[in-house]
Design a protein around this ligand. Structure first.
Ligand SMILES: NC(=O)c1ccc[n+]([C@@H]2O[C@H](COP(=O)([O-])OP(=O)(O)OC[C@H]3O[C@@H](n4cnc5c(N)ncnc54)[C@H](OP(=O)(O)O)[C@@H]3O)[C@@H](O)[C@H]2O)c1
Length: 212
């Protein structure tokens, strides 16, 4: 699958590297230094280029930038009509302390308003990047950790689900995009658990229903 990474930082670089290791054709885009993108691409047998280059012909895109960079990335990305976009962004202020969208809307819904033709799937926004390598290393084991996965396009969610499984997680169906109103605040709970509470940042979760 041809995957364009729009934002090659902690989330984008790690997910792109792992998808490349699974045999996907990955293009890294959007970092402050071209050299960083080139190095990343070299390290994992991937490509790098502009946002427009990463978007063109991609089967799936990952949007992985700070909320403040979203307008710039979308402008460079164009209409995104018909394209599957996995969105892991949490709509945070510059200090990363508060949500700047919430209760009556969400980051995911605002993105869908800005690019209504794109096939948005929210996922990985409640999963710290530090967990990706250890989960990938355990891929194939029993009870894989889950990734809350939500959006209004079932076929796009299937594509996202495949990419989530590829790196050792299980997609947890979490309904429509509007549920971002509840899930994006939960991302801040995972930040507390990963980065403030003891035990290190490689936090994963596994919900369980006991109803049989
Ligand atoms: N990190 C996590 O564990 C985590 C977990 C869940 C959700 N999220 C969400 O995922 C999104 C991405 O987070 P992240 O931690 O991956 O962020 P990050 O490490 O800061 O990566 C963002 C990328 O955007 C690039 N960038 C920033 N400003 C730029 C500019 N002016 N021009 C070009 N490129 C620019 C950065 O370039 P450089 O590489 O040069 O810095 C970096 O590659 C955020 O919305 C965050 O809330 C993160």
């Amino acid at each position: 699958m041809k995957i364009g990474i729009l934002g090659s930082g902690l989330m984008g670089a790690t997910l792109g590297r792992l998808w490349a290791a699974c045999g996907h054709d990955v293009t890294f885009a959007y970092a402050r230094s071209e050299e960083k993108l080139a190095r990343l691409a070299r390290q994992c047998g991937a490509a790098h280029g502009s946002i427009a280059h990463a978007v063109e012909g991609a089967d799936a895109l990952l949007l992985a930038v700070h909320w403040s960079r979203v307008p710039d990335v979308l402008e460079q990305a164009g209409s995104l009509d018909g394209q599957v976009v996995l969105n892991c962004c949490v709509p945070l202020n510059d200090q990363n302390t508060q949500l700047v969208v919430g209760t009556t809307s969400s980051g995911a819904e605002e993105l869908a308003k800005r690019r209504p033709g794109a096939r948005w799937v929210a996922c990985f926004n409640t999963t710290p990047s530090e967990s990706f390598d250890p989960v990938f290393a355990r891929k194939g084991g029993a009870n894989p950790p889950q990734v809350l996965t939500y959006g209004d396009d079932a076929a796009a969610k299937d594509i996202a689900g495949g990419l989530i499984r590829d790196i050792g997680f299980a997609p947890l169906e979490a309904g429509g995009l509007q549920n971002a109103r509840f899930i994006e605040p939960f991302a801040l709970a995972t930040v507390e658990l990963a980065y403030v509470q003891p035990g290190g940042p490689a936090l994963v979760y596994h919900f369980e229903k006991l109803g049989g």
